[in-house]
Design a protein around this ligand. Sequence first.
Ligand SMILES: C=CC1=C(C)c2cc3[nH]c(cc4nc(cc5[nH]c(cc1n2)c(C)c5CCC(=O)O)C(CCC(=O)O)=C4C)c(C)c3C=C
Ligand SMILES: [Fe+2]
Ligand SMILES: [Fe+2]
Length: 342
Amino acid sequence: MSAKKKLAIVLFNLGGPDGPEAVEPFLFNLFNDPLIIRVPQPLRWLIAKIISRRRAPVAKGIYANIGGRSPILPLTEAQARALEQELAGDYDARCFIAMRYWKPFASETAAAVKAWAPDEVILLPLYPQYSTTTNKSSLGDWDQAVKTVGLAVPTRTICCYPVEPGFIAAYAELLREALAKFASGEKPRILFSAHGLPKKVVEAGDPYQQQVEASCKAVVEALGVEGLDWVTCYQSRVGPLEWIGPATDKEIERAGHQGKSLVVLPIAFVSEHSETLVELDIEYGHLAKEAGVPRYERVPAVGTHPRFIAGLGNLVRTVMNSSDRLLCPEEAAGRPCGEEAR
Ligand SMILES: C=CC1=C(C)c2cc3[nH]c(cc4nc(cc5[nH]c(cc1n2)c(C)c5CCC(=O)O)C(CCC(=O)O)=C4C)c(C)c3C=C
Ligand SMILES: [Fe+2]
Ligand SMILES: [Fe+2]
């Protein structure tokens, strides 16, 4: 019997500060990304310095609610170990983590991958819905890191997976559990809340909003509840630009006026962090109370849910068995995400 293929799977996420002193440099890295602030250097550097300095006290206040640091890295490590186990029967798989704006950065991870000497590398962004601001940014960062460290191994990319059956089934199961907490006959509204984007990014061709909507529709179909009351909305707006809507906070106020209970599901996040634990649970929890929402429940992020991890495993097997090195459901429709306008 031949030895199992040595597979390095690189999981990408945004990253978050690992202590209060990391908040400002983390924000600087975020706003210095050309796919976040779309102006050339050295102007972008200056803007990033100014915004990160101004926002740092606000952001420190946000992270202070969860012990001064983001839990995104330990939670991603748990996903990494779960995915290794899921794939253990087929591959000698090891999952590595590359964060975009805080440690571990892509260059450090690329060096660790090189030292492990895999047969193949799989790039797997932990963003099911493709955005230029996340998937494209992380994959571009990886390309640079690979050049810097001289990593030359055959590589396959999982671009996006907005309706991957395991991802959808995991959220449908978690939503069913949240709905079971309500008395029979009580019909809460479901708010599928996704991280927002500036409107002009979507108008320039970013497929994120359309993919978020496809994910929500797929969860609703998988749940199979007749006459479900549900809305897709967008949270986490920052800066002066107009963002896509409707805004999650406005939907909470509207539900309050109507005396509607709410179940909020973070459809574009796969782990807990400041945007779920602080914005959705604390800030919007208070807002819901003030607005008169009778009951406010939040569905947890999929994390290491077995259906989600099995789905990630299937994506890896599918791209490994494909003659195409890119796995993107949009490719079949003739518009792979990487070809979107910028
Ligand atoms: C679907 C995922 C995400 C998209 C799309 C996205 C776009 C985007 N984000 C900002 C600005 C900020 N995001 C911040 C935190 C943050 N963002 C995401 C995911 C997406 N961002 C995550 C997972 C996190 C949490 C990090 C953690 O706590 O671990 C922050 C920092 C927090 C704050 O100060 O509010 C900022 C700022 C922009 C401008 C943008 C698109 C243009
Ligand atoms: Fe963000
Ligand atoms: Fe894609």
